[in-house]
Design a protein around this ligand. Sequence first.
Ligand SMILES: Cc1cc2nc3c(=O)[nH]c(=O)nc-3n(C[C@H](O)[C@H](O)[C@H](O)COP(=O)(O)OP(=O)(O)OC[C@H]3O[C@@H](n4cnc5c(N)ncnc54)[C@H](O)[C@@H]3O)c2cc1C
Length: 405
Amino acid sequence: MRGGSIAVVGGSIAGCAAALAASRGGAGKVTVFERADAELRDRGVGIALHSDRYDELKDAGYVAPEMPWAPLTRRVWSVREGDAEHGRAVGEQPFPFRAYNWGSLWSELRHRVPEGVTYRSGAVVTDVDPDSDGVTLRLADGYEEHFDVVIGADGYRSVVREAMFPGAEAAYAGYIGWRGTSSDVDGLPLDGLAAHNIVFPGGHCMIYRIPDGAGGHRLNWVLYTAPPQTDALQPDLRTPTSLPPGRLNAELTARLRALVADNFPPYWAARVLRTPAETTFIQPIYDLEVPHYTSGRMVLVGDAASVARPHIGGGSVKALQDATALEAAWVAGDSWKEVLERYDTGRGAVGAAMVALARRMGSAQVENTPDWSAMEQPEFDAWWQDQNSGSDRRSGFGGHSLKAG
Ligand SMILES: Cc1cc2nc3c(=O)[nH]c(=O)nc-3n(C[C@H](O)[C@H](O)[C@H](O)COP(=O)(O)OP(=O)(O)OC[C@H]3O[C@@H](n4cnc5c(N)ncnc54)[C@H](O)[C@@H]3O)c2cc1C
């Protein structure tokens, strides 16, 4: 299918990758509408990509070796044990991941978007109106344009998804991710090559180093646990949102800090508690599935299509794979119908499998945590195996292989 006018709503990871896919697929004119008016690169959080998935995406031309990254080789799960500085390791596992800084991953993708693509910052899409031969987009500033195809890369609160499947919203998983980064990264155990999961009743915190984008490193952590039921934030959390530092209420922050002080081995408690408040924020955790990745002339990619809880470390991988699959469908299809059907068939099942695996992991690692303090390596291995063996018998941890579909 060649030519045509394509709009991409959202210019983050999935949006840049989708614009690249549409251009490579042969689209005539591609326009990206991104709500943020400043550059997105300041989101300094970490993203870990499984090495095997990275290799596939490199071969497909969506990621490149030049992007700064920090290698991770294994993951150590530790529990507090008395005053032992580093606690006790309850289990270790291979962890062949590449740690990225979200900002530099996005910048690199942004640079890959061909010059012929128009990237409009500060462009808020408010209305998505499909008809038989395309879709009209309306923006907050009154601008209006009709496109042959609209790609929704606008994240978990997608306006494109709302036009496709009204009411298909992200559902709050019942817990939050408290995230932080700091420059307090020197002298990490195991030469910084391990990710550390500090476990406690009702959750865990994953800690690893990421590139700082300027040749050095930063410490990156994310702690998952349920906020107190009485907290004033509870009603807010059920509505898809993210809470920047200013929205973090003092009571919730105080509770999270107390949880760290009481449950973390002293070495890791100090690292987390030294993180400056201005580099911490809270993301409620959500699940989202849609019946299809396409409807009429509308297409979903990345978090707009499905959101799997972050425990599987595969959200960005899925976004990039969605774009790769879209490009392949574009090249192979002879009509819009054929392109969109091919894409939907290929990606819908993968999205659903990732959401299901992430739910099992969220249940085991946050909602129904085991008695970690009683665990040794054999019990840990059995516990991990149990989460991974779904009905489809494919783990999908770190994202499914592109070849497996
Ligand atoms: C705590 C946590 C940890 C994670 N860790 C990892 C990890 O280690 N590895 C991994 O692979 N993934 C991870 N993920 C998942 C990953 O961050 C996402 O899956 C991935 O970034 C997909 O991004 P996206 O481009 O689809 O959506 P987003 O990054 O949300 O982008 C959507 C874009 O659309 C724009 N937009 C929205 N609405 C409009 C509108 N109406 N008009 C115009 N623009 C609009 C927004 O401004 C935004 O830029 C994690 C997620 C969380 C919450």
